[in-house]
Design a protein around this ligand. Structure first.
Ligand code: NAP
Length: 276
């Protein structure tokens, strides 16, 4: 008699010890009583393609990919979803039964789901969004805001060339604002998103003046260490609805978990407690 195999998944990065994903998936596997394992995998850049090729033969049904491999992973899978192509990075891989691999990106999905859960009255068509930062995470945020129906995004970044690249990629609904002028567009914002690493423990503070911020603006920060960032604290003191970045991390994990282990997990307060 052959025993059923154990579906394996994991997260590939370098370094990887800090990742919260093994704790999160482990919690859901236990909570739902599912057969499966999710492990952290430290893989160097030069080994990524070979590791991804070998994983299905080792019992892996898929994996997450994190820094610094998200862009390179685009070139190491057989097929890429439209949203991963648009974002220009892969964070979730599915190994299919026929031996082929599918690269997806769930960061934008995670961002919007978190926003909708944390600010249930948020509507895409209320007004423009202001996005601070034009790095890798900003691409997912912009793609998902535009897809949700936000008409205009004011994008501001220290390095203007990166904003210009995003405008080229996403089109004229993205309007570039000089970093030095960032505070001047906040009055117009129905949504304010910090996608920079500013405000994170160990990083400089976010110095964008918040005087123009209106209390009906929904403010969200991708930084989740600390969970209550100085930006969220200030926005909250002005009466804004605020949404922290931890929820994005949790929501982006949902599609992968469902696909690999066969059950759609719920993101709730218990899930948040479990990984802190
Ligand atoms: P990234 O590609 O390295 O981009 C970093 C961004 O921060 C760039 O816009 C960069 O501006 C800006 N920045 C860094 N130092 C700055 C400074 N001193 N002054 C002004 N701007 C500065 O990183 P990323 O992958 O986009 O991640 C950004 C943040 O989002 C990180 O804190 C990350 O942990 C967080 N994140 C959270 C989630 C989640 O699930 N909650 C998911 C993804 C990312 P320049 O272009 O001028 O360098």
């Amino acid at each position: 008699m052959t025993l059923p195999s154990i579906p394996l998944s994991g997260v590939i990065g370098d370094p990887i010890a800090h990742s919260k994903s093994p704790k999160l998936h482990g919690y859901w596997l236990r909570k739902y009583g599912l057969n499966g394992q999710y492990v952290p995998l430290e893989v160097e850049t030069d080994d990524l393609a070979n590791v991804l090729k070998a994983m299905p033969r080792m019992g892996f049904v898929g994996c997450n990919v994190t820094l610094p491999h998200k862009e390179r992973a685009l070139h190491c899978v057989d097929q890429i979803t439209d949203r991963a192509t648009l974002i220009g990075a892969v964070n979730t891989i599915i190994f299919r039964n026929d031996g082929t691999s599918l690269g997806d990106n769930t960061d934008g999905y995670g961002f919007i789901e978190n926003l909708r859960q944390g600010a249930p009255n948020w509507l895409a068509d209320t007004g423009p969004a202001v996005v601070l930062g034009a790095g890798g995470a900003a691409r997912a945020v912009i793609a998902s805001l535009l897809d949700a129906g936000v008409a205009e995004i004011f994008l501001t970044n220290r390095t203007r060339a990166r904003s210009e690249q995003l405008r080229e990629d996403f089109g004229a609904r993205v309007i570039i604002v000089d970093w030095i002028q960032a505070g001047n567009v906040l009055e117009k914002a129905a949504t304010l998103v910090n996608t920079t690493s500013l405000g994170m423990i160990g990083k400089p503070e976010l110095r964008v003046p918040l005087d123009g911020l209106q209390k009906n603006t929904v403010v969200t920060d991708l930084v989740y260490t600390p969970i209550q960032t100085p930006l969220l604290a200030k926005a909250s003191s002005k009466g804004c609805t605020t949404v922290d970045g931890l929820g994005m991390l949790l929501h982006q994990a949902v599609p992968g978990f469902e696909r690999w282990f066969g059950r759609r997990p719920v993101v709730d307060d218990e899930t948040r407690q479990a990984i802190q």
